[in-house]
Design a protein around this ligand. Sequence first.
Ligand code: HAM
Length: 414
Amino acid sequence: MASKFQAPRGTFDVLPAAARQRAAVEATARAIFARAGYESIQTPSFEDTDLFERGVGRSTDIVRKEMFTFEDKGERSLTLRPEGTAPICRAYLEHGMHKLAQPVKLSYVGPFFRHERPQAGRYRQFHQLGLECIGTDSPLADAEAIMLLSDLLGELGVPGVELRIGSLGSFAARQDYLEVLKAHLRKHEGDLSSDVRERIDVNPLRAFDADDPGTQGVMASAPTIVDHLEGEDAEHFDEVKALLEAAGIDYVVDKTLVRGLDYYTRTIFSFVCDALGAQSEIGGGGRYDGLIEQLGGPATPAVGWAAGIERILLALDEEIEAEGRDAFVAIADPDQRQRAMALTVEMRHAGLAAEVDLAGRGLKGQLKHADRIGARHVVILEADGTAQLRDMQTGEQRPADTANLVDEMTGGEA
Ligand code: HAM
């Protein structure tokens, strides 16, 4: 009978088949992180609201519209984390990681929360895996970060991926460009959507992301920041590109690329996948040289990215078969239950994947169930205390000595 309860809008249950796919994606990511020296960090699921307002930026959609914010019993304003970079920078400062050898290289996997309109590839609780490289402004770090995401998508076999890169310049240099952009927007104010018009002063860059045709028309002729890069910003971007080329990583420079968070400086990048619909970005990130200072710490350059696990799974659209079991212990007579339990536990302690009949099925039903779960062997415990070992592949059955059974099945290595 269907219950009257359903998972909340924009959330989903991960059932065992889907959990297998997730575990495989996470295992691939963790192996890539470990090989490159990005150790795992875990931060809480909620933080002070102010961290995201200051870190992600008050003019962003995330902070303006998408945060799950609540007051706790001590009247503190808390927010379910919409992203992981600001919390990791908070942890970096809180634990004095700026005193460690730099850069500090961290990776993470976990749930994030945004109150967005749900659609395929967009949820209110979703999962990201990502990394942050904190404490260096070297273009090598940008290139390494991009390469690791490229490796991940490549190793997983995500089809139709394109890497887009851009640069926003350093924070100071960007101010000059923003004035030029604002002037362009004001000149064409009448053609802009009201949302963009209202944010000309606070967040003019977001106009590049608008989906209404009027704004898009205005942006087609807008000056781009990539064309305004100068000095060290231009050199930095050139070096990132040269490193990617040397590593054989294809990219396109997208002069209109902007990302929905305020903390980016210099390099930004986005991996899009044509197998996904409207939500085509599978992962992205960039450099955020001003964020840690913004949060009250010393000036600390950093770069990182996050990828959406659900989007990776959507793009892959493949199933992973459940692993079979080494053995199933069948109980031919209820008097054999204690022996069956003891034998099953002994097998598990020896490292075998073993199950025992928990459902009180008849012997025929137990054999059928053993087949269903992919058991390679079935041990049948008979009423007289003897046992039979059945090979489920060949159907061959022979008397077995339960005292030596575990040794026999593990080849004596247990
Ligand atoms: P973001 O672009 O907001 O960046 O999110 C990264 C990825 O998370 C997206 O590319 C997408 O795959 C996934 N994602 C975002 N929102 C949703 C959603 N509502 N449903 C499903 N998937 C979603 C960040 O979060 C930055 N912290 C990345 C970063 C790390 N930048 C520097 N370091």
